[in-house]
Design a protein around this ligand. Structure first.
Ligand SMILES: [Zn+2]
Length: 434
């Protein structure tokens, strides 16, 4: 007897919609086919779309930024994730300079993440390294991770990793099969003068600073090789230039991630009454750049949200220096992106990330995989509304979307059923473990 059968749904299998049934035993999908297998629990998914559980490779829950901490912790952030159909989140360790600090930061963050209702994993995060980089990479592997994030900027807070270390990390990424992820902005081009407020974000952190730094790093990746991943590509110019000049390595050695906010909004919102609520780094770009990013969206391999929510009152801050940059959005990422791009967005939010992050049990609906299943109801003329996280606003309120997830299942257990939260414990995902 199976534990759960999902019948009559339109199921996303190998890139196509198939009206069929699935059965689950324990944590795994054990059957997909025409028969409605006996099970203790049967869910009728007539009229609904049955998707692989989504994976968000880029979130920041309870991120301590000194003066403020992002307001969604691993519990509330993961609840918002579940309502958005996201069954696995990847957050980041605090930035560290050497292997010893890395190990400590891993145990600290993983302890916080235990509150998560969906499955979770961490990227290592390096800042201006002062120890043996090979030891650092080996420790990342030992702790069950395979990604190391770095910043090419934030030298003002000593988080920048410089080019000679990036080159060494790329070499090590080949040797140890890890992936180097980078927040890409040209540090020297960023202007944080004291008179600037949030409205100056587009001039403080210009689009050109992303494009020029990305092209420089693409050149480095092309020469050195290795595995490289650009987080939150914000600018259509950047993507177009990468495509034109580095198509041979684009989404092979040099993978591009982007986020829904850069497709949905342009920087004119900063001038509106609630402009301060649309603040993050890299910032929103011009309408022309938004359209360009949209035109090149097929060259984005993965969609992450960079979910990093702050309460409204935290955004009441007079200076750009010290301003809490970040917004929430995990609950609305699929609905808003699916409305705009349709089926091609599904693998960018599931399978592609599972492959890159080395989660062999995730990312697809097939027999033997984890039963991570998100069941979506398309609703005509739907506008984003509900928010299940902590934050007292969402930039997506009132934005056109595709609908809502009705049921969300993580490793065979409901975390959302009929739009209601069901108590559930997420589990840490270790890279490469089947
Ligand atoms: Zn981020």
């Amino acid at each position: 007897m199976n534990d759960l059968t999902i019948k009559n749904g339109l199921v996303y299998l190998e890139g196509k919609w198939v009206k069929t049934n699935l059965s689950i035993l324990g944590e795994k999908i054990v059957y997909i086919g025409n028969e409605v297998k006996n099970a203790f629990d049967v869910l009728d998914a007539e009229g609904l779309k049955v998707l692989p559980g989504l994976i968000d490779p880029h979130v920041h829950f309870e991120l301590n930024c000194g003066r403020v901490t992002s307001c969604d912790d691993f519990y509330t952030g993961s609840v918002a994730a579940a309502y958005g159909g996201v069954t696995t989140i990847v957050d980041f360790l605090d930035p560290t300079s050497n292997a010893e600090e890395l190990e400590k930061s891993y145990y600290e963050r993983i302890a916080l993440a235990k509150k998560s209702v969906v499955d979770y994993h961490m990227h290592a995060c390096i800042k201006n390294p002062d120890g043996d980089l090979e030891e650092y990479v080996k420790t990342v592997k030992k702790l069950g991770m395979k990604t190391i994030k770095l910043f090419t900027t934030y030298s003002d807070t000593d988080r920048r990793t410089y080019d000679k270390d990036i080159k060494t990390l790329l070499e090590l990424s080949k040797k140890y099969d890890v992936m180097i992820e980078a927040h890409i902005e040209n540090d020297n081009m960023i202007d944080l003068r004291e008179s600037y407020t949030f409205k100056d974000l587009p001039v403080s952190r210009p689009s050109l600073s992303e494009t020029s730094e990305a092209l420089k790093l693409a050149k480095l990746v092309k020469e050195v090789g290795g595995n490289f991943y650009m987080v939150h590509c914000s600018s259509g110019e950047t993507l177009k230039a990468l495509k034109e000049q580095f198509s041979d390595i684009l989404n092979k050695n040099f993978v591009v991630e982007s986020c829904p906010q850069y497709f949905v909004f342009n920087n004119s919102v900063l001038e509106e009454k609630n402009g301060k609520l649309f603040t993050f780094a890299p910032p929103l770009r011009s309408e022309r750049e938004r359209q360009l990013l949209t035109a090149y969206y097929t060259d984005v391999m993965c969609i992450g949200t960079d979910h990093c929510a702050f309460m409204k009152k935290e955004k009441d801050y007079p200076h750009l220096m010290g301003f809490p940059l970040g917004v929430g959005g995990i609950e609305h990422s699929f609905s808003t992106m699916y409305k705009r791009f349709g089926d091609p967005i599904i693998e960018k939010m599931s399978k592609n990330t599972a492959i890159l992050q080395d989660f062999p049990t995730k990312g697809e609906l097939s027999v033997g995989k984890d039963a991570d299943i998100s069941i979506f109801k398309e609703i005509p003329d739907y506008f984003e509304k509900e928010n299940h996280g902590t934050c007292d606003y969402s930039i997506y309120d009132g934005i056109l979307g595709a609908g809502e997830f009705q049921h969300v299942i993580v490793r065979g257990k409901f975390v959302v059923r009929n739009r209601k939260l069901v108590p559930h414990n997420g589990k840490e995902i270790i890279c490469g473990v089947k």
